[in-house]
Design a protein around this ligand. Structure first.
Ligand SMILES: [Fe+2]
Ligand SMILES: [Fe+2]
Length: 278
């Protein structure tokens, strides 16, 4: 059995701030007006959207699974502030899973099976890790992908309910990305404070991990090529944006951590936690 410290420090102010923001921002799938008139009526269009939404629903479920698995690990490492925050992250991903399940019911369709969509399942299985920072580097790809796809759904405004669902989820995702930055910034500031080489080596490790997860995305898009084109989503542009944004975000966390360690800069501000993710 683990021996827990009875009175946690709760000193990581930025993590405490984002945890409290997350608590105050909770919402429910029941807040969505599911009776809004359907805009998607053709059978073919419904089939296509059901395929495109497969990796999205899979991503939400995989996130719920991996976030839940990290909660006891953070407890074990006595990272109580992060453990607090991840409990809300798990609630968020549970809600997203619920929302897309209801949306499939609205479409009267089902996602693709593992047999028909192995690329999607392979991608999600690679994200799981027992090391929080390593997990965050992999999950960064999945979170940025979700963000970009939901922004496309909003831009195309395919269905009023899908647009409402996307609006709500995007706010949650911005918070997840904000936490991702804060956690990694802290981790890198500690490593760079110990020794420059230590920070550099870990930065290389996380960059390779990010790339390994990124490499699994093109087969997902290739499997959905026709559907994405018909819906008006440019898969090459999406892939390019995913690649650029996820690498930029990881590099930003490394740089920020290094700047804090070398006293060139203070840690990012409390109020910026949410903005950083959007
Ligand atoms: Fe999500
Ligand atoms: Fe998320």
């Amino acid at each position: 059995m683990n021996i827990y410290k009875v009175l946690p420090d709760l000193k990581k102010k930025r993590q405490m701030h984002i945890w409290n923001t997350a608590l105050r921002s909770q919402w429910s799938a029941m807040d969505i007006d599911w009776d809004k008139p359907h805009r998607i009526t053709s059978r073919r269009f419904k089939d296509q959207l059901a395929k495109i939404l497969t990796p999205v629903l899979m991503g939400e479920q995989a996130a719920l699974y991996s976030v839940s698995g990290l909660i006891p690990i953070l407890g074990h490492r006595a990272e109580v502030e992060s453990q607090f925050y991840l409990t809300t992250w798990a609630v968020d991903e549970a809600r997203h899973t619920e929302l897309f399940t209801y949306f499939y019911q609205r479409l009267d369709r089902e996602p693709m099976s593992i047999r028909r969509f192995p690329a999607g399942y392979l991608f999600q299985s690679q994200i799981v890790s027992k090391d929080p920072a390593e997990w965050l580097a992999g999950v960064l790809v999945s979170e940025v992908l979700a963000k970009l796809v939901l922004e496309e759904f909003k831009r195309l405004d395919l269905d009023p309910v899908l647009s409402d669902v996307s609006d709500g989820i995007l706010l949650d995702e911005a918070r997840h990305l904000g936490f991702n930055h804060i956690y990694l910034e802290d981790r890198f500031s500690t490593l760079f404070l110990n020794e420059e080489e230590e920070g550099q080596a870990y930065s290389g490790q996380l960059t390779r991990r990010l790339q390994a997860v990124l490499d699994l995305v093109p087969p997902i898009f290739a499997a959905l090529d026709q559907e994405l084109t018909d819906l008006g989503i440019d898969r090459h542009e999406l892939l390019h944006n995913l690649d650029t944004e996820s690498k930029r975000r990881l590099q930003r966390s490394v740089k920020a951590g290094r700047a804090v360690a070398t006293r060139q800069k203070k840690a990012s501000r409390l109020e910026d936690a949410e903005i950083l993710g959007s």
